[in-house]
Design a protein around this ligand. Sequence first.
Ligand code: ADP
Ligand code: MG
Ligand code: MG
Length: 920
Amino acid sequence: MGRSIYFFGAGQADGDAQQKDLLGGKGAGLAEMTRLGIPVPPGFTVTTEVCNAYYASGKALPAGVEDEIKAAIGRLESLRGAGFGSPEAPLLVSVRSGARASMPGMMDTILNLGLNDEIARGLARRTGSERFALDAYRRFILAYADIVLGVPRDRFEEALGRARRQAAAKLGVDATRLNSAELERKVPDSQLDPESLAALIQRQKDIVLGATGRPFPDDPYAQLWGAIGAVFDSWKNHRAQVYRKMHDIPEAWGTACTVQAMVFGNLGDDSGTGVAFTRDPSTGERRFYGEWLPNAQGEDVVAGVRTPHPLSRPGEGGGADDESSLEARMPAAYAALVEVQGKLEQHFRDVQDLEFTIQQNELFLLQCRTAKRTGRAAVRIAVEMAKEGLISQREAILRVDPGSIDQLLHPSIDPSAPKSLLARGLPASPGAATGQVVFSADEAERRAGQGRAVILVRSETSPEDIHGMKAARGILTARGGMTSHAAVVARGMGKSCVAGCSAISVSQGRMAVTIYDDHGRATGSITVKDGDLITLDGGTGTVYLGAVPTIPAALSGEFEELMAWADAVRRLRVRSNADTPHDARTARNFGAEGIGLCRTEHMFFDEERIQAVREMILADGELGRRRALAKLLPFQRSDFVGVFREMAGLPVTIRLLDPPLHEFLPQDEAQLQQLSRATGVSAEDLQRKSEELAEYNPMLGHRGCRLAITSPEIYEMQARAILEAACEVAAAGIEVEPEIMIPLSMTRRELALTRALVEGVAEKVFAEKGRRVDVRFGTMIELPRAALRAGELAEEAEFFSFGTNDLTQTSLGISRDDAGRFLGAYVEAGIFAKDPFQSLDVPGVGELVEIGRDRGRAARPGLKLGVCGEHGGDPSSIAFFERAGLDYVSCSPFRVPIARLAAAQAALAAEAARGPRATD
Ligand code: ADP
Ligand code: MG
Ligand code: MG
């Protein structure tokens, strides 16, 4: 173990900003600010190594550390001209927690440590305010009892109430009928007089004695050892553990502990405390931004009992808050703060989040850290800082979390609006949406047709619900995960979706919602009926009751600029999955460089077509099938014409029919009767046929190119529709680049047969139309055997598209639709770091991708390689696809900008891994 203690004060510091691992973010920031000559109360940081040693030795400080701490306190005393434990010139300290990564509010901090009765009297004499000294003392006892001695705060509530009533009597306020909240408003902490405070302190000590069997510790060093131990202990408290799990922070990091001389923002009207941001963290605007409270201690700002004031005067025009701003009330301290914030931002080259306190007009900084920000702000800040020359364009690209730009592409909840939380589910597809609840797709369509905004609520959705999903503003499901049908389709549509919301249950036109408290205990339930208003926040997975105001999406100029910079550095091409001309246009507007997956069956669900599809499936022989297919041909052709036009000059990969046929069959008696009338086949016969088609395991059943092996006429019709459409569009002078893709192949022979079939159709169509178009033939790689035999497949295929959804299902042998029941436990137990359907299983499925790549390219140099599937829009998976040297990824239209940015970051990371660049 290296040194245990890092001192900072009077312009010098043992540590610096690089030492977050050892000093925590807080300790490192305080050291760095001190070095920069910024006014920081002196102090020292006990390292995270000491914390880990403390745990290793059964919660004891390692030998020698106590003496080092005493020596550091000695240095503090001489810097401050005060004594720890001295009633004449008391030195009070704060004992603060702080880990490598910021964990706001998760661990404990104790202020005003070093007080007992005698020292409190000394502090009163020294500051000239008995009220201040006693208030500091009673706050210290409260915090220390709670954090160190384990006597919870609420045990002191009654004593505080008595003190307030005592003070009320003196103020002439009648407090007899007031409840505790009203009492606090009438007699705030600042109105507690010395006499009531003294009585309160005595009662607090009695409570501690009663609860612990020991008197409250009077010796400042005893207090200090207790507080340091408690700060270390807080690393393993329940809320910190939960937070670490959520944010992937390893337990082994430990927390540092900073002991720092107190400064007082509550010494009168020339004192105060606040927080500041060097730029606006929600919009990114370059303006100094923050809040402060006069005559208050740091914890008061967080507590939210008093309403803080703005730091700066409002710009042009002024406003009601003008006079309460720090700028107006303490111009000199404000000017000092403005100078410090500028210096810090220049130094750290990023937006800083600051804590400050002003003691009798003198400014002190107590914390600085990189500010958290919204996606909107992140983009604006990165671009503006690059233009200001503070960072390079490359750094700007790396500064923005690709996931966060989702917020820019969708409307979002107005953060300042009042809202009433109903339930939480999975953040399946971002965006905010308000509407009336409806429980069926047909009803959603009907009411949307009347101009109403609706939210479709279902237990789970199926392909049958597409029209309702299209009509709805948002989708809420009780079951299903991040890759459930609802989630995938909603993301594709760019629509808000909260999935897997287990607090709701849907039945018979009602939604019952179980209400939980903060500890996850069910406390009651609410029924939401058809037509009631709810609001979804698909970015956080939150459901609110009623309408919550939203802010519209806005693609700013900065966003376009950042994207242009990203496009200039990325190597991976980004295509989109799009099934309709409308989706294709959206994708192109977001910068898609082609379509990587056009699913032909999506087009089958339209009302006019589904009938023909069903006829085709249930027909008794080839002839019947061909008759039904002939009805579908014009629909398919016109869809492809639309898609090719939208994608003029860009490649369009069209996948031939993939899903098992039973997905298209009638779902209920009414549909069966309708089909019977249309085909003249009895309902009983249709029912029997449909039962014959049922499969035990459709995912591994009669689907993909297996359909074409048994019924080639299906693919024949589809190939004809594609090629006729391509000829038609080419005839209009528009460049087309069709790519026909075969799903689920595993052998060369399957590809050879389907290829011969497609080529046969192509020759016929070209002869009929009197023109040829270039068409590429390729396959999806979504079975392990296909990846292994990629060498053979590449002899038939000109491109591969890794269908990573199915490749994950088939490699892991885990059905995506059934994984919800246990995958959570797998992630919890650390078996998978993340859900492998969201973030590619690089060691396993990734190796299959690499094998497919190597064997495929060995057989056919220049073989084009892409990815379609949810992973194509996932930043960490994209990083792998970049390393693997694939040519493109394809993702849903609204993920295209995310993929472009992620691909640029992956390219920069790959470049950095190859070694330093010659120039930059
Ligand atoms: P957190 O990590 O929860 O923000 P902090 O350690 O930053 O906890 O402290 C809580 C509050 O107490 C902050 O507002 C901080 O500025 C204030 N504070 C901490 N140390 C001191 C000190 N030495 N003097 C004055 N205020 C302090
Ligand atoms: Mg803080
Ligand atoms: Mg598939």
